[in-house]
Design a protein around this ligand. Sequence first.
Ligand SMILES: [Zn+2]
Length: 63
Amino acid sequence: MKLLYLGTAAAEGIPALFCQCECCKRARAMGPSAYRTRAGALLDGVIKLDFGPTPTSRSWTGA
Ligand SMILES: [Zn+2]
């Protein structure tokens, strides 16, 4: 069994709430395609494990 972790670079997601760094500013300017949410995992290259949205990521989309 092989487990590959995905999207582990920023624990709080991008753009981070109230963050004014260049990365978060750029992500806000680019829109949802540049947003990064919680990490996920890929099991044996076949099964994708995703975790639900956070309150922060919900605030990006208004969902
Ligand atoms: Zn930031």
